[in-house]
Design a protein around this ligand. Sequence first.
Ligand code: CA
Ligand code: CA
Ligand code: CA
Ligand code: CA
Length: 424
Amino acid sequence: MWPAAALLALVAAGVGVTVGILAMGGKSEEDAAVAPTRTARATAAPTTDAAKACARGPAPASEEPTLFDDLADGASRDDPDFEVSFGAEVSDQSAGVHADLNLEMAVGGKNVAPRAFYVTIPPEWGITPGCQIPLGLAIGKLRWDAPLGRDGNPCNEPGPLLFNMLNASTDTANTVEFGDSDGNDRPDFAEDKDASGRADVVEKYPTFLKRMFPGRVPIRRLVGLFKYVDPPILAQSLFFESLSGSKGTTLVIIVQDLGDPEAVRGESGFTDYCTPYGFRISDSGATFEGLPLYTNPAAGRYQFILTAFGERDADGDGIENTLDTCPFDVNQGNPRVKGEGDADEDGLDAACDPNDFEGNPDQDGDGYLNRVDICPLAAGADTTKQKDADEDGIGDECDTSGKGRDVPDGHVSLALGAGEIVTH
Ligand SMILES: [Ca+2]
Ligand SMILES: [Ca+2]
Ligand SMILES: [Ca+2]
Ligand SMILES: [Ca+2]
């Protein structure tokens, strides 16, 4: 199941995956070099307000909690089920140059998947605000490696998903919806209503980001669209002034709208993602024309810090709630392996399948396949939306064992990683 509130996860409303994206991943334009090109146009000038904001500098930090604050509350460190690696490097270690920046994080197999993570970039690092960079310019590349599950199948289709990252608007007054608000069967973010040649999500700020990071305005926002599916899959890199009290710039990666407390879930061909899992962020240090994007600080040693939060696992069977179709029963098999502990291969492990020799891909008949259904054995009263009040990945109708529907089941694991860059 896709997590209820994963900053770092996939899928939600309206992502109809109809072709074999995973087999196709790695080919074509998304795989092309992402060095900024002269063909990128900068026609849409920022609005007056945005231009003023850019001249004025970043908005003062809001005190309102973000989802990171909620996750950090009660999270425990050094859990064996959540071990995360992290590294940082630059293309040139000389002080003052505009070097490319590469960041990489990974979580091995046998771990729960990350629910969210962020990277703290040292405050000395020069980061050019997005409003000073031409809109739509390709300035980075993002690679996501994780097995995915589609159409109720096991979580074992390999990635990667490759995103060409474009500079996008940080004007929070000019917004776009993630869902299909105008009822034309196409999510608003993926449309190009002004026929500018760019998806609207590049030129407008998604409203769900305002719910996830209330009161914050990012310094820079990058948008990538994985176009081998229609509608495409959205990935964003956001740079904020010091979220969660960290000393430095906070970099967050968000796929789709996960992390949005109002997201509508379960309408995708994708049903799962899982470990082994990793992200590689490759950002350009300057544009083709020489506009700086990053600036190395003075000679010294600088720590980039990864803070990652794991998915909850209510029954402690090593399978996170978002992947576990039997979240309160220790599974007999591994949902990453076809048919293991699931004789009828309907996605319901034998631990809770009422008839494991009689395949039924939608056991409760509510229209959501077992693996995407956050309550596969109980149809909700409102089948148009799966509700999960405590956002632990277990739907309200079946979140009746354990701590109930208002207190999350399973703890959050916290892992920290550090990567050092030396400049000289
Ligand atoms: Ca289980
Ligand atoms: Ca089964
Ligand atoms: Ca169902
Ligand atoms: Ca729940």
